[in-house]
Design a protein around this ligand. Structure first.
Ligand SMILES: Nc1ncnc2c1ncn2[C@@H]1O[C@H](COP(=O)(O)OP(=O)(O)OP(=O)(O)O)[C@@H](O)[C@H]1O
Length: 300
């Protein structure tokens, strides 16, 4: 469990995190989403004590991170995959971490195996590709077999096979009852990974809901009838928002498919199609964050 209560971080006049209050529950993967510069990294850094909040609090397993006895046993963190000595081998890097954090050195080979780096364990980490660096960062986060994982953009630089691997790993870790918080600025990465989404824009909370709920809120009903005007008027009277599609169908927002069918029946209108259309998560996300994008390409 991770709890943020009024968490705020300002850098001069810039508000990086703005009064965030959220509980990240165990047993599921929570996607932490927002456009570039929306405060995700700053929030994670506040949780693990790397950045001091201006106001509010962040706790992990009920206490501030700095009060945890052996933090790596409780919380695994990936915030900067470049945080390693380039001259050390992957194994030496993990061994140093294990020793300095009083973790069993036997875990080193376990996590190297888990992240698929056993064959390059004796190679210097400075020569690693971005994707290999991410794997090493994930290995370090898992070294203490922690209850809580915070991973900032873990699939950055990974190839499709690597992305699938991270996805399955995170789902397995959550299924074991751990708290898994994973940030990304790309909705598509989260669609098959997260159960729950926390969406931020300009440091503020925009949504905190299960993925299905975010999708449901954006779903519409597509309906086709020869009596278009009659049905549109009846639907509007019932409180729906109706728009005409290019192909002659109507798109109805605010009523579910059953309600649309009943309105049509009551109005004596025949239906040739009645379909619930679920918006893609990408569309739901873009609609949520549209006004909150910090850096937008200007059309010329
Ligand atoms: N050390 C710092 N000093 C000044 N401003 C900072 C600092 N760290 C972050 N910021 C600013 O705070 C805001 C939030 O940045 P942050 O890195 O937390 O966003 P993010 O959501 O993680 O972005 P991205 O998806 O690009 O990684 C940005 O406007 C950033 O420029």
């Amino acid at each position: 469990m991770i709890e943020l209560d009024g968490l705020t971080k300002r850098y001069g006049a810039r508000v990086a995190v703005d009064d965030l209050t959220v509980r990240i529950e165990p047993g599921r993967v929570t996607g932490f989403l927002g456009p570039n510069g929306s405060g995700k990294t700053t929030t994670m850094r506040c949780v693990v004590g790397l950045t001091r909040p201006t106001a509010g609090t962040a706790t992990v397993l009920g206490v501030p991170y700095r009060d945890l006895d052996v933090p790596m046993r409780r919380v695994g963190v990936l915030v900067d995959p470049r945080a390693r000595h380039p001259g050390r081998t992957a194994r030496a890097h993990l061994l140093a971490l294990a020793r300095s954090n009083r973790l069993p050195v036997s875990r080193v080979d376990d996590v190297l195996d888990l992240v698929g780096l056993t064959d390059v364990a004796e190679d210097k980490a400075g020569g690693f590709s971005l994707g290999m660096g991410q794997r090493l960062g994930i290995a370090a986060a898992l070294l203490g077999d922690p209850d809580v994982l915070l991973l900032d953009e873990p699939v950055n630089g990974l190839d499709p096979e690597g992305i699938r691997w991270v996805r399955e790993l995170l789902r397995d870790l959550a299924a074991e009852g751990r708290t898994v918080l994973v940030s990304s600025h790309l909705m598509s990465e989260m669609e098959d990974t997260a159960d729950h989404l926390v969406v931020v824009g300009r440091g503020r909370l925009l949504a905190d809901a299960p993925i299905e709920e975010l999708l449901g809120a954006r779903s519409v009903v597509r309906v086709r009838t020869p009596a278009v005007r009659l049905l549109a008027a009846a639907l509007v009277r019932s409180g729906a928002e109706v728009s005409a599609e290019d192909d002659g169908a109507l798109e109805v927002l605010g009523l579910d498919a059953a309600a649309v069918g009943e309105v049509a029946y009551a109005a004596g209108v025949p239906l040739h199609e009645l379909t619930r259309v679920t918006a893609s998560l990408e569309a739901a996300y873009l609609a949520l964050t549209h006004d909150e994008v910090e850096y937008r390409a200007v059309a010329r």
